[in-house]
Write a protein that binds this ligand. Sequence first.
Ligand code: NDP
Length: 288
Amino acid sequence: MSTLILDGKAVRDARFTELKARIQALIKPPILAIVQVGDREDTNAYIKAKITFGEKLGVVVKHIKLDEKISQHELVAKVRECNEDENIKGIIIQLPLPIAIDQDAAIEAILPAKDVDGLTAFNVKQWLEGREEAVLPATTRGVKELLEHYKIELFGKHAVIVGRSMLVGKPLAALCLNENAFVTVCHSKTADLVSQTKTADVLIVAAGKPRLIGAGHVQKGTTVIDVGINTVIGEKLEDEIPEKKLVGDVDFEAVKDIVSAITPVPGGVGPMTVLALFENLADLCVKG
Ligand code: NDP
């Protein structure tokens, strides 16, 4: 049987009209505030993607770009300003923040009702408990909707997650657990990664390590969800001008003929994450 390619871009495009209608039905165009500290190239690219998609939906995206040397106090004050602006319906603090800033304290400054990334303590408790009304972090919601679209069940399955960050790995593990999967979480201290990934029915990789997962890590029949986005530069010897290229944490070419379903990078989880972010915003608008 041929491998099913889980096409996040196609699913996102198919859902666009419905989401746009939800946004247009609101009394006023909602504002999404994106607070960025510094000027990282990768962060700029993620924000640009959110602005472009948001504008197509009719969301006003307010990009608040702050100096890298901003103090904790000033950042929190900026977030509180957004809390108080009733036209702003969702707030994102673009991560990672410079190391001098206490990331948790900055996130906690966001009102839970505007926490479109689902990362405040209030929302974390909600998604850990598997509450229906929880604001799921966008990547996790995106993965959930992609699996649902392709009717891939988590119930009773062995889900292996590689990565345990608060932004991606942990909420994905909570999702799988709440969907009644049996869950294994691997990380950089996992002694024998292969022995874990080889037993997965559903393998979700969010390590940020280009092509960490190869043919030897997977078994027949597994569904592979590759969350990783890594930029690699000019790999082919014949390339005169090495070009930047996006690759996942999974070696797609090596793995694709073994497993039963797999997400490409780009075009898999990335587009679903952006869609889910604005679905979260639409939900918050209705609740607020
Ligand atoms: P982090 O760096 O915060 O976390 C990476 C996790 O992977 C850590 O838990 C780390 O373990 C683990 N890890 C690292 N190396 C290995 C290894 N060799 N074996 C096993 N585990 C390992 O990254 P994020 O969670 O923020 O992001 C992960 C990836 O997902 C990145 O490529 C990022 O760009 C991408 N991403 C993609 C999104 C999308 O929309 N597609 C959205 C968000 C992120 P330890 O805890 O021990 O350090």
